[in-house]
Design a protein. Structure first.
Length: 103
């Protein structure tokens, strides 16, 4: 499994716009082949801080995600919303065990 933990800090006046944009990206991503989950969380302490938890069967599925229209639309809109650069941490999934051919 290929997992990306993405931390995003948006401008306080862009929180609602970000939530709309990430929702569209979330819905589209869940329909992609190879996507196992795409969670979006908002900080309780700072509503302008978000975390994305993305699970794919492999790195190729994540690379495919980056070519989709919903992702490209989201990515283009992000520049105006960001308070600082996003931070991505990449992981290899161990548990739950989800072989690519089970999808």
């Amino acid at each position: 499994m290929f997992i990306a933990l993405v931390r995003i800090h948006v401008k306080p006046d862009k929180v609602d716009a970000f939530k709309e944009m990430i929702h569209a990206n979330h819905v589209g991503t869940l329909l992609e082949p190879g996507c196992l989950r795409f969670d979006v969380a908002q900080s309780k302490d700072d509503h302008a801080q978000f975390v994305l938890w993305e699970w794919y069967v492999d790195e190729a599925a994540n690379q495919y995600h980056k070519t989709t229209q919903h992702y490209l639309t989201f990515r283009a809109a992000m520049g105006d919303m960001m308070a600082e650069d996003r931070v991505s941490e990449l992981y290899t999934g161990i548990y739950p065990e989800t072989p690519a051919d089970d999808r």
